[in-house]
Design a binder for this molecule. Sequence first.
Ligand SMILES: Cc1cc2nc3c(=O)[nH]c(=O)nc-3n(C[C@H](O)[C@H](O)[C@H](O)COP(=O)(O)OP(=O)(O)OC[C@H]3O[C@@H](n4cnc5c(N)ncnc54)[C@H](O)[C@@H]3O)c2cc1C
Length: 505
Amino acid sequence: MRSSAASGGAAETSQPWPDAPEFKVTTLSYTMSLMPPYIVNDLGLRKHGYKINPLGMGYLPHPDGRSIIDSGTNPSTYASYGQFSKKDGERIGPYYEWIGRLAAIMHPLLDHTPPHLGSLKLRDIKDVAMLAWTLKKRGAIGEQTVADITRLFTMSCTDLLDRWFESPVVKGMLSINGIIGTWAGPFAPGTAYVLMHHSTGQETEGQVASWGMPEGGMGAVADAIRRAAEAFGAAVRVNAPVEKVLIKGGRVTGVVVKGGEEIAAPLVVTTCHPQITFLRQIDRKELPSDFVADIENWRSRSGTVKINLALAELPEFTANPGFNPDVHGGAISILDDIDYLERAFQDARSGRPAARPFSDCEIPTVFDKTLAPPGRHIMSMFTQWVPETWSREPHRAELEAYADRLIDRFHRVAPNFKGSILHRQIIGPYDMEHDYHILGGNIFHGELTVDQLFHLRPAVGYADYRTPIRGLYQASSATHAGGGVNGLPAHHAVREMRRDGALRT
Ligand SMILES: Cc1cc2nc3c(=O)[nH]c(=O)nc-3n(C[C@H](O)[C@H](O)[C@H](O)COP(=O)(O)OP(=O)(O)OC[C@H]3O[C@@H](n4cnc5c(N)ncnc54)[C@H](O)[C@@H]3O)c2cc1C
């Protein structure tokens, strides 16, 4: 399906319709949120074309004719939620304040290399103490805060939101961050953490994350990073799959790419899914057996389907006629309520595609004129769920039917929608695995469950970006601070290389 590779992996902009090359889509990932300003500045990404357009907080057009327009913490947002429950309209401000406070406390964890918890080596004990000190400074050590954080790590979105809200529609809207990319519905324990992960953006000092759409699609972010790397002297090669990591005496010596070419290197960094590197590119006998067991048991299920559309015109919503940047320029949620989300997951868990799929939709062309001709638009539909086993077979016809059902559901709230679709592209878990090497189709190279986070991501003893092979480091989104297009794992891996004296600068 995909003939050549760009440098961006899941951060790619492409032209999927040969007969309509004037449309460019942000193929898989579509929103920036977690890349910190220090990475943007250190790499000089802006001068290499990195530009972020604002993204509205969210819009939910309900089939009953009402809608929620979330334009941030202001009275009009509260009134919008208040249509579904007066009490919820009053609670939304304090809720955002609460989750923003926790996100700000947790944010330093994203900047930290996970320490070796439980190790009694002096250096590891020092690292744990440093982390505890950072958290203390942030106010994370305190009975109430520790209780709140424990709840986040262990509760489901539903249970967490039940503590705040009564309307199932409001709870549905607010649980989206907890289920994006997960192989779990909002009733599953642990989804409250995912909700917080997606709320932890760079501007989280007391606020919920602000998100943005990159001009030129996500491929433009990858291109800016590539140009920055080249400006620093790097040579970038694409279409050069690594088949083997070369190891001598427990130390990396280079790689072999398809066709047999050997590239010698004293230092190698892998950003592939960990099962590709550690189970396919390296002979298992080079690795400790408990490490291999952790990698074998690594879970990367998802059931996500990405649908990209070319549109002749913007959707005209029955609930909010006319153009409104807070409606068209934000994340448009297709769901009825929190039970709708759970049912969609339960369908997939039972081996069937969701009868009524959920979607988080964005129309980047509201702000970005580089992706479509004037007056035309592209829409990015991030959708869930199909069975996780669909990564093994293409299931093309069923995916077409799944897309039809979602489009029908969208059409119910925007009656010009179906007639406006010029082209569509459907990318299921099989395509993600086979064309993008995202095993299992999990958008983060590994589920964000408590047992796969922080000091356990991706294996006990190797969450510090090192691997059992000296000179081989890892920085995929299956390492801590992944997933997302945020640059953090690579940044932290370089910090650890410096700590090891493996880099000259
Ligand atoms: C559908 C979808 C939607 C998403 N939406 C968002 C979003 O809106 N915002 C966000 O922040 N994140 C999003 N993500 C997640 C984000 O895209 C990933 O976390 C991020 O791209 C991971 O970066 P990475 O470099 O770790 O891996 P990847 O982007 O997967 O890159 C790994 C690269 O390694 C290459 N590779 C694999 N095997 C080999 C080999 N043998 N030799 C050489 N190269 C190899 C791959 O082809 C790929 O280019 C989304 C992901 C998906 C799939």
